[in-house]
Ligand binder design. Sequence first.
Ligand SMILES: N[C@@H](CCC(=O)N[C@@H](CS)C(=O)NCC(=O)O)C(=O)O
Length: 219
Amino acid sequence: MQEVKVYGVWGSPFSRRVEIALKMKGVEYEFIEEDLNNKSEQLLMYNPVHKKIPVLVHNGKPVVESSLIMEYIDETWKENAVQLLPTDPYKRAQVRFWSKFIDDKIMASVGAALLSQGEDVQKAKEEMEEVLQVLESEIIKKELFGGDKVSFLDIIGLFVAYWVPIVQQLLGNYVLTRDKFPGIYEWADQLLDDTFIKENLPHKDKLIPLLRTRFGVQS
Ligand SMILES: N[C@@H](CCC(=O)N[C@@H](CS)C(=O)NCC(=O)O)C(=O)O
């Protein structure tokens, strides 16, 4: 009998990646909700380097970093019908490249442009627009994002498709707009309309108060 546990936070885009990947593979797991203000001993023991969620624990062995966990899930439950990464090595490398681009460039630019204040904000917004433009050019090719099946990059990109518009609305601070990024919105609309994805995203009514508290926004 396999033991699969996920230490996470229900509203986190990183935790959701792991849960979505496990569900797509049909792997049963136990979800352990962490309080990030009071991290459990297990979390600190399993992820002593970053002390962050999510952590996947498979038969007692921890795996950290959401995109690496997704790869681990794909390789461990190979026999399951759904494959998250393409088989072709060149395509796999491209998927890893864009996954890293979203996690390194887009995440950082969103934080700087939407969540910070002060004189550098305008510059940060321009930088966020610049990196989103790069993503827009890739997404409109419809090769790695937005095929007929939910792909590895679609799951990684849920942060852009779902979380970013909600955060923008909450802060009244808009960079990712439909007129400037029609390709991203077309892809996001299609992805968020997928029944399985819809069922596995945190509900907006619950997510908004959580993010409000997290970002210290008055209601
Ligand atoms: N690169 C990490 C990012 C994970 C991450 O940022 N997790 C946040 C919650 S959304 C966290 O655990 N923060 C706790 C902290 O920074 O103390 C991944 O992909 O798993």
